[in-house]
Design a protein around this ligand. Structure first.
Ligand code: TXA
Ligand code: MG
Length: 363
């Protein structure tokens, strides 16, 4: 594995006038797509997070994704398509509920697990008979996939275990010198990854909460089950292989404190004071509501807000960037509050719990 290759960076204007058709003729997209066709690995923006793409039909190309990320080989990748016509190349029979979900939410942050075809590179599915597929809702992503002319396997473009990248700068921090190129299309919108739903079972089951909520899907296909592993206090092994790893973690030790507001603040203060006494640089993952309080507390060295408790979309959008900012400030011990699990809150809490590696205190 070449780990000191030249990483090309192309900027694409984040212009509302940019249609997929127009983008396909831009030199940046043409260049990036030709590298993908040549079996190289290129990062690009989607509406959720940046993805690290390679030709999903080539094991040789897909292997480079695992090497660049340092990703365990038993963790399958999501295949991205640019148009419904590409579906038949990668997916076998599609259950009715799968079709209904595609009609309702594609392009968009929903990955649908389907039976795979033989054309899908075996490394993509980590030996499983199923494949996760999504059509991203981002003109740059759609343009590069269409221009490459092949389905594109793409995990989030971070080093394995790190918070997913929501800007091209995050991708470069993790992967410069390890990938052929990065298409910079500005900050991503949703901020947390797609929802992963398995429609090969009935009722369909959410394997990873994400940008499309359970409530939104139930409005279209009726009952949707939840993988028991990400419900509060769960002990089950998750069915999505990627969900069992520690993930999204900042370098500092992150703790979450949950309970009645006054008790939470008191406990957080105690923990911060204790960490400071041990010589650690402390951080608080705050909200718009609590930021000014923490800024006045001497035990909090770094205070970063992820947004308002009443705007979970904003929290989702900023979460990973804030986790990375704690690294830039070299925070060694970080405490944070928890959020409602309603709607997008389920995805936010799932990522926060993973980032905390199970360090959650109820007070
Ligand atoms: O928003 C997203 O989904 C981003 C962007 C780039 O599209 N991609 C992303 O990929 O988050 P990744 O590789 O970081 O996460 C894929 C998740 C993992 O938890 C993996 O285990 C699960 O999807 N997955 C993929 N294929 C699967 C399959 N056949 N069965 C069960 N889980 C699968
Ligand atoms: Mg990931």
């Amino acid at each position: 594995m070449e780990t000191n290759q030249m990483t090309k960076v192309w900027s694409v204007d984040n212009d509302v006038e940019n249609t997929v058709e127009k983008l396909r003729s831009c030199t940046q997209i043409v260049d990036a797509a030709s590298l993908l066709r040549a079996g190289e690995v290129v990062a690009f923006p989607t509406e959720t997070v940046y993805g690290l793409g390679a030709n999903a039909l080539s094991d040789e190309a897909v292997e480079k994704i695992f090497l660049a990320k340092g990703r365990p080989s038993d963790n399958p990748l999501i295949v991205h398509i640019g148009a419904r016509e590409q579906l038949a190349t990668v997916a076998g029979e599609i259950p009715t509920k799968g079709k209904q979900l595609m009609d309702a939410f594609w392009p968009g942050p929903l990955t649908i697990i389907l039976p795979k075809t033989d054309r899908v590179a075996s490394l993509v599915t980590a030996g499983l008979e199923s494949v996760g597929i999504r059509m991203p809702d981002h003109p740059v992503a759609l343009a590069i996939i269409e221009e490459a002319g092949v389905p594109i396997a793409a995990p989030s473009a971070n080093r394995s275990g790190r918070p997913s990248p929501t800007t091209a700068a995050h991708v470069l921090t993790d992967l410069e010198g390890r990938v052929a190129g990065v298409l910079d299309g500005g900050a991503t919108g949703v901020g947390v990854e797609s929802t992963v739903i398995d429609v090969t079972v009935n009722p369909p089951i959410i394997l990873r909460p994400g940008g499309i909520t359970r409530e939104q899907m139930e409005a279209v296909i009726g009952t949707v089950a939840l993988d028991p592993s990400f419900q509060v206090g769960a002990v089950e092994t998750p069915r999505a292989p990627g969900m069992k790893y520690t993930h999204y973690a900042p370098e500092g030790e992150l703790w979450l404190v949950t309970g009645e507001a006054d008790h939470v603040r008191k406990k957080m203060s105690e923990m911060l004071r204790d960490a400071k006494q041990h010589g650690q640089k402390t951080g608080v993952l705050a909200t718009e509501e609590s930021r000014s309080y923490w800024e006045q507390q001497p035990e909090a060295d770094v205070v970063l807000s992820v947004g308002s408790h009443t705007d979970l979309e904003e929290v989702a959008q900023q979460l990973y960037a804030v986790l990375r900012d704690f690294d830039d400030c070299q925070a060694q011990f970080i405490v944070g509050e928890t959020f409602s699990r309603d709607g997008l809150g389920m995805a936010v809490m799932n990522r926060l719990e993973k980032a905390a590696g199970g360090r959650i205190l109820s007070v």
